[in-house]
Design a protein around this ligand. Structure first.
Ligand SMILES: *[C@@H]1O[C@H](CO)[C@@H](O)[C@H](O)[C@H]1NC(C)=O
Length: 379
């Protein structure tokens, strides 16, 4: 049916024409077809055009878009059910600002990285070894905020973020499949605070098969419920973390699972952090089937005395850690001889109902200052 195909192609062109400053043939699409259009954007006007046209396109293809400096690629006003596809290499201009460089928000949104597509913010331009603590002001990369319903992000490949990579906040119903965050170059070039996934105030979030090379937490769940991270590979960073919990606007973590994942060449394997002197809840957290290797500091670290740094305060009981499961941890010889295999520091009566089975973490020292360790855990 060549005629129908041609007509749809013209309609698609027309739907995008309004937002594109470049002169294009004045074709007016039938309104009923306009919302069904596939719109393709590229080049240095692509981000602004996509943003301006987001309500008119059922599918948005971003093909080799060059996002200007200091503005986000903003897709935070999408119609329900929109499909966003990245093709080729998406780049961003340089500016010292806080970001985010990319924001996508909506209900039942599908985001796809096409084969060979890369999102490359070229973070090395900001890296100075100081991350978020000073030096250049660095833009956060991807705000995946308020994605709800049955939203899915598939096969995105992200390379070299200036600082934190993916922030998940206010989401309820988001699945991320096979995402790669490759900040490997930052290991030797001053990458710092390049967290993979920071999760807050979200529920029903599933992250499957992520690969993260970075220099901070692979995953940090600061608050949220019903969250699963599965089949992940984390290298170079600070491991699989809960928290720090306490002292934020949302201090509840409930039903979070990390499973069947690998953590290597990292400061920590597993870390659960409650901030000293605060209140909150860490309930029903499970780590199972976690393989550790080349861990520099702590194989497993569970602390209720986090104070701007690990194990820095005195443990308090305001953020109880209950129903924690640590099961099937393979880390024989995994910890450096200067590190500690397991450290557990709880406030009085504030850690309870734990499951602890088949935990093999060796290679490092015994931490001599464990406190209030609940049975059957050992330290
Ligand atoms: C825990 O969260 C997972 C999603 O990560 C969900 O499938 C499961 O039903 C939740 N369990 C409970 C007891 O709510």
């Amino acid at each position: 049916m060549p005629q129908i195909v041609n007509y749809l192609a013209i309609a698609a062109l027309a739907a995008c024409a309004a937002a594109t400053p470049v002169a294009e043939p004045a074709i007016t699409a039938a309104p009923s077809l306009e919302k069904r259009a596939t719109c393709t954007f590229s080049g240095s006007n692509g981000a602004a055009s996509a943003s301006a046209s987001q309500k008119s396109c059922a599918t948005i293809v971003l093909s080799n878009v060059a996002v200007p400096s200091g503005v986000p690629l903003d897709l935070s006003n999408l119609n329900d059910g929109t499909h966003v596809i990245f093709e080729g290499t998406t780049t961003w201009g340089y500016k010292e600002w806080t970001g985010p460089m990319l924001q996508i928000q909506g209900k039942d949104i599908t985001v796809t990285g096409a084969s060979g597509a890369k999102l490359n913010p070229d973070g090395a331009r900001w890296w100075d070894g100081q991350g978020g603590n000073g030096g250049k002001t660095k833009p956060k990369f991807f705000a995946a905020h308020s994605l709800t319903g049955a939203s899915v992000i598939n096969n995105l490949y992200i390379e070299n973020t200036p600082v934190q990579a993916v922030s998940i906040n206010g989401c309820d119903g988001l699945t991320i499949n096979s995402m790669t965050i490759d900040n490997k170059a930052g290991d030797s070039a001053g990458g710092h605070n390049t967290d993979g996934f920071d999760i807050g105030s979200s529920s029903n979030v599933v992250i499957n098969g992520a690969t993260v090379y970075n220099q901070d937490d692979c995953v940090a769940v600061n608050s949220g419920t019903d969250i699963t991270f599965s089949g992940g590979y984390c290298s170079g960073g600070h491991g699989l973390s809960i928290g720090s919990v306490g002292g934020r606007s949302d201090n509840t973590v409930d039903n979070v699972t990390f499973k069947d994942s690998t953590v290597t060449k990292s400061d920590n394997g597993i870390r659960v952090k409650a901030t000293e002197g605060t209140t909150g809840t860490i309930k029903g957290v499970t780590y199972s089937g976690i393989t550790l290797s080349s861990i520099a500091k702590y194989g497993i670290l569970i602390e209720q005395n986090y104070k701007g740094g690990d194990l820095k305060g005195s443990p308090t009981s305001g953020v109880p850690i209950t129903g924690l499961t640590i099961s099937g941890i393979s880390g024989t010889g995994a910890v450096a001889s200067s590190g500690y295999d397991i450290a557990i520091v709880c406030g009085s009566g504030a850690c309870s109902g734990w499951t602890w089975s088949n935990v093999k973490v060796t290679g490092g020292k015994t931490y001599g200052s464990c406190q209030n360790v609940p049975s059957p855990a050992s330290c």
